[in-house]
Design a protein around this ligand. Sequence first.
Ligand code: SF4
Ligand code: SF4
Length: 548
Amino acid sequence: MVTILEQPLKFHGGLRLDANKSPSLRAPLRQAGIPERLFVPLSQHIGEAADPLVEIGDSILKGQPIARSLSYISAPVHAPTSGRIIDIDAYPIPHPSGLKADCIVIEADGEDLAARGGLTMEAVFEADPADIRQHVRDAGIVGLGGAGFPTSVKLNPGPGREVELLVINAAECEPYISCDEALICYRTREVIDGIRIMRHALHARQTVIGIEDSMPKAISCLQNGLDEAGDTDIRVIAIPTVYPAGGEKQLIYTLTGEEVPSQGLPIDLGIVCHNVGTAAAVGRALLQGEPLISRVVTVTGAGVRQAANLDVRIGTPIVGLIEQCGGYTDTVTRLLMGGPMMGVSLPSDAMPIIKTTNCILAASLQEAPQPLPAHPCIRCGKCAEVCPASLLPQQLYWYAHARNFDKAQDYNLFDCIECGCCTQVCPSHIPLVQYYRFAKTEIWNQEREREKADIARQRHEFHLERLERDKKELQERRAKAKKALNKPKAGNADSKKAEITAALARVKARKANQPVTARNTDNLSEEQRAEITEIDNRRASNPNENRP
Ligand code: SF4
Ligand code: SF4
């Protein structure tokens, strides 16, 4: 039985950082304009890329599926607005690899025409959880906290598994990012409806919203919204503002005191955790019939003139958003997707907003300083003191640096949430997180190579097996044929006699050019008689046949 603690706990490590959220929260959440062209990547989620359903030249409506998911861990993609498909090709996307990926390019027609219809809350509560999951899947919803894991999969605890607690993650702990706070304050009803639908889909016994105590306005919005909805079973708990309080494992520990096992999942404890923005997307999909075609994005940093939170259509180029926020200032030096701790550096602002883009940080040199030259580790242990996953970052660094990936895994490399706390405090300026990312990528690559090699080996073994089987079958067929040849025929003496008689009759008939009569076929078989009759008929129709 999981218990929600009256007094939240403090997890190990973490950092107290300057929030820097107020610039983007000064103005209310607003709708971003729809650009002339939208670049919608086929892969915006964890899992297999979606498969296009449209062709160049097709006209599409807002919300129409334009790519389908072909596997369980995947998500479909929908048209963010109405218009025409003008290209399907590789374009730059915001990804740490910096590589291009397939995108569907839409030329907006400015009409923004949609075909959709939602359900009532009563109908949703009467629906089977499996139907709700299917609806969520069809709407292309993935985790909007940054992970991008398909939500329908996380709404399925699996056979025989009870959900004790649904945790809604509204902690939003990373500096500068305020999209969840804006969503809670300006779309409270959508958020609460989504949480109630998720609770129903999971049959969760308890539900709690974990939110940092530095967000009093959002906390009171949630509380008032729940009162209005008459839902007293959902609790709102303010947790200490410490980075990374919004890490899934850290939040669960803070709220319940339960520790998710190494390499384990929250469901192992009967807990499921969803981001608050994901909940709102679920509410919108079921009650308004709108798939995931937009999300709230924070545009902020000293490098942009008017920081803001905007509701942005997926596929909108970042450059267009920056323009809608007054353009760049002279101080901009770097563009990040995400916050300063876990964000990804972007080489260009031509890249589009995707489902997992929570923030665009146009940073000044002060906000995102150039990394200082790294020095050798002095074994000060500061990195271990701040690690919220209770790891030994210096050991992980050592093994990642030495490419000893097995050892790195022995030190629970995959429990690292890449929060960057260790890098932040390292007096030797070692880019520790980069080493962990590198090690993880190498391990995944090796696994992929191993899988490929296994498949190739299996194919080769199957090929050899088939050759062996063909050879055996051939031998068996030959043996059978040989046996059939050597087998004495039934009624041997009589049949031989009959054959000889028939042959003599045929010769005689040929010589006399007379039809063979029934008289000399008395001892013949049916087949032999039929053959003779056929000869007779042929001769009758052509008397010259067989004549010299
Ligand atoms: S903080 Fe840096 S120098 Fe200190 S032990 Fe960790 S890696 Fe080494
Ligand atoms: S990045 Fe990983 S190793 Fe470093 S503090 Fe965070 S969880 Fe620990």
